[in-house]
Design a protein around this ligand. Structure first.
Ligand code: ATP
Ligand code: MG
Length: 439
């Protein structure tokens, strides 16, 4: 028997009297004695199956009556117009095949009527994902990534895959995950930073990578994961970091606009409205940001220190009042940015780094990189790094490295912000954090 001839969303009054097979999960059941209503859910929606005792074989009625919620079934029957049924149609069953009965009790209520804590949801993620507002997050994440990738392709970016088992980190030792690599210690890549820069010496010119990155984040926050998907872009022959910022705003605004229109139904069902994004995004220098934040007297930043989460939020509020959700922070103090960022030659206290902020949260760090071998070595020494650990990287700068720049963007943070999801863990199918290693 064919398990499915129609999706539930395809069942309309036009099919009145027609035979169909639908397949999915038993969403809920209602017992009116002589009548049993069964709501069957598939990927596209829900359909009512109406079993009238007097009109059915006793065996079939008994099967329907005995089904546990979330059992997997295929129902064949006739479509019937019924104004009282959701969507105006129901199915009068002829056979019900139980493909897999579900155990009871369920770990959480799929209909969403009973609230479940995030931990319970994540512990039982597969069942949690049966809720449409949960899967919608991943449909939207997919649309965002796909369009980002497509637009980068238009812009001449080549998608690459750099090694994820690495010998050295680029983003500070404290968040490295060590792993046993035969008889040596290696690490899970924190970012493709070193490799994407090395590839700028290859002639590929513009590269894109969309891949997991790992950070052993010690603190438990709503915006940090141990494993996240990083979109990394790197481009050669740039004049300044402005070229990278211009590229990012074009690609991101395009991808967000695509989501706003192509996922309008999902967004509406989630009760989310995406603002129209216009470019260019405003640029605020780090010094201006510090002034704005300090003038607010909500929190304080000393020039030269990194912006705290609180300071970022305060700036987010100030910018929102001016009508800006997305804005760049530029000209960071050189000493708080990594060695690979180019220092401003005229004003060495600041560098060519930028962050892109979205509603008071960092979503991207990027900048122009230092491509001059001797200057790069000095920067590494200044930051207390042992250059001999980085020979494989530095060698790429000895034989012709063009000026270049790039960025890393955490896709989960973007999804978290646009869907107004409280905790970043909700934007990952199976999130990893300090305490969570399964499922
Ligand atoms: P933060 O200061 O917010 O911890 P970061 O400056 O350490 O972030 P970068 O090294 O600049 O992060 O990484 C580039 C981007 O990758 C960030 O802007 C963010 O979008 C994303 N990202 C970094 N760490 C995480 C994480 N632990 N979980 C989720 N996304 C992350
Ligand atoms: Mg950063």
């Amino acid at each position: 028997m064919v398990l499915r001839t129609k999706w539930t969303c395809e069942l309309t009054e036009a099919l009145d009297g027609k035979a169909v097979n639908v397949a999915g999960w038993v969403h809920s059941k209602r017992n009116l004695g002589g009548i049993r209503f069964l709501l069957l859910r598939d990927k596209t929606g829900i359909i009512q199956v109406t079993a009238i005792k007097k009109k059915l074989e006793p065996e079939l009625f008994a099967t329907i009556a005995s089904l546990s919620k979330e059992s997997v079934v295929s129902v064949s029957g006739q479509v019937k117009k019924n104004n009282q049924a959701p969507h105006g149609v129901e199915i009068i069953p002829e056979t019900v095949t139980v493909l897999n009965p579900a155990d009871t009790p369920l770990p959480l209520d799929v209909t969403g009527k009973v609230h479940a804590e995030l931990d319970t949801r994540l512990d039982n993620r597969v069942v949690d994902l049966r809720r449409q507002n949960v899967t919608r997050v991943f449909i939207i994440k997919d649309a965002l990534l796909a369009e980002f990738r497509r637009k980068c392709d238009d812009e001449g970016f080549v998608e690459v895959h750099t090694p994820k088992i690495v010998a050295a980190g680029a983003e500070g030792g404290s968040t490295l995950f060590p792993i046993a690599y035969f008889d040596r210690e290696a690490y899970l890549a924190q970012s493709p930073q070193l490799y994407k820069q090395m590839l700028m010496g290859s002639g590929l010119d513009r590269i894109l990578e969309i891949a997991p990155a790992w950070r052993a984040e010690k603190s438990d926050t709503i915006r940090h994961l141990s494993e996240f998907i990083s979109i990394d872009m790197e481009m050669a022959f740039i004049e300044s970091e402005e070229d990278v910022m211009g590229m990012l705003e074009r690609v991101l605004a395009h991808a967000l606009e695509h989501v706003r229109t192509s996922c309008s139904l999902q967004l509406e069902e989630m009760g989310v409205e995406l603002p129209e994004v216009s470019i260019p995004f405003p640029r605020v220098t780090y010094s201006e940001a510090v002034e704005l934040i300090n003038a607010s007297s909500e929190t304080e930043v000393e020039w030269g220190e990194d912006l705290s989460t609180e300071a970022e939020k305060v700036l987010g509020k100030i910018m929102a009042e001016k009508g800006h959700d997305l804005y760049f922070i530029t000209e960071y103090p050189s000493r708080i940015k990594p060695f690979y960022i180019m220092v401003n030659d005229e004003r060495p206290e600041v560098c060519r780094a930028f962050d892109l902020e979205f509603s008071g949260m960092e979503i991207t760090s990027g900048g122009q990189r230092e491509h001059r071998h001797d200057v790069l070595i000095n920067r590494m020494k200044e930051q207390g790094l042992d250059t001999s650990d980085f020979t494989f990287y530095l060698d790429a700068f000895r034989f012709g490295m063009p000026p270049h720049g790039g960025l890393g963007l955490g896709i989960e943070r973007v999804v978290q912000i646009i869907l107004d999801v409280k905790n970043i863990r909700e934007t990952v199918l199976f999130p990893r954090d300090r305490s969570r290693l399964v499922p």
